[in-house]
Design a protein around this ligand. Sequence first.
Ligand code: C2E
Ligand code: MG
Ligand code: MG
Length: 536
Amino acid sequence: MKRLHGFVQHINQKRLKLQGKPFFEALRFLVIYLVIGIVWIVWSDQWLAAIVEDYDAFIQMQTFKGWFYVITSGFLFFVILQSRLTLLKELSDKLIHQATFDDLTQLPNKNKLTLMIDNIIDQCEPNDQYALICMDFDDFSNVNELLGYHIGDQLIASITTRVRPLINEDDIIGRDSDGFVFFVDLKNYPNDQLIDFLEEIKRSVNQSWNIENQILFVTCTMGVSRYPQDGDKFTELYKAANAAIHQLKEKGKNDYHFFAQEYHLERIERVTMMNEMRKSIDQHDLTLAFQPIYQMVDNRIVGFESLIRWHSETFGQVSPAIFIEYSEDTGLIHLIDEFVFESIIRLRKEWCYDEFKDIMISLNLSAKGLANAHLMAKVEAWVKQYEIDTSQIQVEITETALIANFDIAIDHLHFLKNLGFSIALDDFGSGYSSLTYLQTLPIDTLKIDRTFTMNIGMDVKQDIILETIINLADELDLKLVIEGIENVQQRDFLLEHQCLFGQGYFFGYPMELRNVYDLVKKDFQEANSKKEVDMI
Ligand code: C2E
Ligand code: MG
Ligand code: MG
């Protein structure tokens, strides 16, 4: 008996756990109902017997009492059930709304858009055409991070009120992460009217916004995909439109771009290229070329810049300008930076002959490399291991590398400087070019980008800027190397303006290591024989 009781209890507890609070609530109603019922039956019969003496009347009253109880309790039961079900319905409606609409703007979110747009596509006639436009605010995370999410939210809400009226009644506007999604019937936008529509959206977003007395400037980038050619489901069109945004953002922002299949192929090519690159790194297939740097007054070699070279089986010779950028995106750049740094340190050790004593070797360090603490530790270890004179190695970094991770970059620059390396700021004049760095950073050399050299003698204003930079470098005691010298006129202009060092096809192309030895020996011998002649 005890065991049976225990079993029943166990079952009950399980049931309670399963049913949770609704069970208790239902039980509460049941108990109330039963108590009232029992009280009603017992007391009402006693009262009735006391009041009604006639037996037939008593029976009649009892039947009436039974009906009264059933109707009243039925009515109460109906009211309670109805109020509970209404509450449940309201709650589930709210949940469905929350799951399918954006809280801030009350626009359909991506889940709802998927349902709505797939539904429209399912009912399409053969000649129907639609465009899906994904719009992203440029650098919107800056607004949220710098000014706070409440400002970001208000900004989105204000933009929504301005953008919403731009669409036709039967078109769709929805909300997605950092922007909006539009799905428009191209019947409503014949000829170039879709372009007009995109321009209109751009204009209405690219304005100044006053949010809590902060004036904000917003720009947006839009990617457009089209049904049926770019996909026949929302997910496909969405992917294509976002791919178009991605492509545009690589070139610039604040514009719109239509999805192009070729671009997709380009991305696939990138993946293939990076897979091959990984293999080449593992198989030690990367090489370095060396381009001479000359002291222009006496035409003597003062150094070489090492430039990475890669021959891919599929793509042939690939420019470092391309694969370095891709490698930065995929993280492979760390392996490349390690390869370059260690190769140059080892080479410096080998260049112990007299001819090479005063020759500087430059290496290019990527933005990610400059921010990489592991690489810095490795460099320190290699310097100790190979026991080299680091002052004859120059590390070239770009302004972009500095800006990307400013604080870490500065720390690591000092670290390299303390290890004895010479530091050069590469491609000066091609990017943000802030003169303030020049004073504060531990830089020894300024390398002027070849875009300046290209225009020497052709653009008076630019010549003046170049002269100013030359004077400034002189005042700040920076060594100046002009890149990309291709002809004698450019060389002569620079000599006239007291530029000491130059690099470019005019002096020599990047070459293989074995040619470097011959060239340096020849240069050394020529200089020595000139010295002897001078002495005579
Ligand atoms: P950079 O460091 O500014 O290197 C100079 C680039 O200009 C080299 O291109 C060189 O071949 C080219 N050049 C030199 N003289 C002339 C000239 O007179 N006319 C013209 N038109 N071009 C000239 P390259 O080797 O294709 O390298 C391109 C860029 O790739 C480099 O620019 C550098 O930013 C990057 N890079 C090259 N090697 C490495 C490397 O080992 N590591 C990293 N992180 N980046 C590298
Ligand atoms: Mg360089
Ligand atoms: Mg350069």
